[in-house]
Design a protein around this ligand. Structure first.
Ligand code: HEM
Length: 347
């Protein structure tokens, strides 16, 4: 385990730890994490941790951004009643990991939704704060397809008295591992749940141009390499709401595999279904060439994906987080582990 996480840490890129806007949402306490394992300190020392303040203002250039408001439908309660930050043990996460491994068996619909939920919770202002589970936010059209899985994860968080924000991040990492070939993502817990929904209009849509998507990601501290790697999550994806007449169509021909077929088929315009935004990214001047590189090398993709996903999962979080990556091991079946890349296999 130590060797694999050291390998992982060595490939980790800069972690950008943003702060929530203090004026409207609950704020996680700052600075970086203590770790439960010796491997985490290796990760910390190999990662350059910086702070970037994110505010409610439209820092991603979104014309549609609106201020979050407290809902009038009773959904203004915290996403979890047990939203205390500052976890001190990973024990509960080992237990949760076993439950998730059943829920995500075979890289199924819940796995896909859980991976996407990380993006939808973390990317808007406020970062990874569990606000996605608040009814007002979850019921937005952009989150269609996530409701069932997010509600299941919220119930699991409540049952185990852990923050929903942590549950969504831990589940996202577990879901990646549930897909054959999925790499290990360094995963922290100890966030504080938001008590109000995130602003609407800050997620790129299926119609976004590659330039627009890249600009939004850069505004969040992500590079073209990060975006090219993260969009590879669409290797597991199906679409339901973009074109309802083709509901269930997958974005590559192997949606239950974490593989580079998505890159190959998107670039070659041979996917069963291609999002307009993905086609545009494949032609974007900075992102396109990197997607092309990943289309020929799964190891190059994995070694960029894991740190980019870890960075996504830490948006808005700050200090006091605890590294519970080791608890994820129960999320992968022995069969899947055999087909995993070497850096994920050795833990
Ligand atoms: C430019 C950025 C992105 C855009 C425009 C985008 C857009 C979309 C759209 C339109 C769908 C299909 C929804 C439907 O019709 O039901 C989708 C699915 C999905 N997305 Fe993205 N996405 C982006 C980035 C990401 C990122 C960063 C991740 C993960 C880290 C991600 C993970 C997924 C997954 C796993 C699915 C499949 C969900 C399912 O099968 O239920 N996406 N995305």
């Amino acid at each position: 385990m130590r060797l694999s996480l050291l390998l992982f840490a060595a490939s980790a890129s800069t972690l950008v730890v943003g702060q929530r806007s203090k004026s409207t949402r609950t704020t996680a306490k700052s600075s970086l994490a203590r770790s439960s394992t010796s491997t985490a300190s290796a990760a910390e020392s190999s990662s350059s941790i910086t702070s970037s303040r994110r505010t409610r203002s439209s820092d991603d250039g979104s014309a549609n951004s609106v201020s979050a408001k407290t809902t009038s439908t009773g959904s203004s309660a915290p996403a979890s009643s047990s939203s205390a930050a500052g976890a001190t043990s990973c024990d509960v996460w080992s237990k949760i990991s076993s439950t998730l491994s059943g829920m995500f068996s075979g890289c199924n619909d819940d796995s896909r939704a859980a991976i996407r939920a990380v993006f939808h919770d973390c990317f808007p202002d406020g970062g990874c704060d569990g606000s996605l589970a608040i009814a007002e936010e979850l019921n937005r059209p952009i989150n269609a397809g996530l409701v069932r899985t997010v509600n299941k994860l919220k119930a699991l968080a409540d049952q185990n008295s852990v923050p929903v924000a942590d549950m969504l991040m831990f589940a996202g990492s577990a879901a990646v591992l549930s897909c054959p070939g999925g790499p290990l993502v360094q995963t922290f817990v100890g966030r504080t749940d938001a008590s109000s929904p995130a602003p609407d209009g800050q997620l790129p849509t299926a119609e976004a141009t590659g330039d627009e998507a890249l600009q939004r990601f850069k505004a969040r501290g992500f590079s073209a390499n990060d975006l090219a790697a993260l969009i590879g999550s669409h290797s597991t994806a199906r679409q339901f709401t973009t074109d309802p007449s083709k509901a269930g169509a997958s974005l590559d021909s192997t949606p239950s595999q974490w593989d580079i077929t998505y890159y190959q088929q998107t670039i070659a315009k041979k996917s069963p279904f291609t999002l307009q935004s993905d086609a545009s990214l494949a032609n974007q001047t900075e992102v396109g060439p990197i997607m092309k590189k990943f289309s020929t090398s799964k190891s190059a993709w994995d070694s960029s994906f894991s740190p980019a996903m870890a960075k996504l999962e830490q948006l808005g979080a700050s200090s006091g987080l605890l590294d519970c990556t080791s608890a994820l091991k129960k999320s992968r079946s022995p069969r899947d582990a055999k087909s995993a890349p070497i850096n994920a296999r050795l833990y």
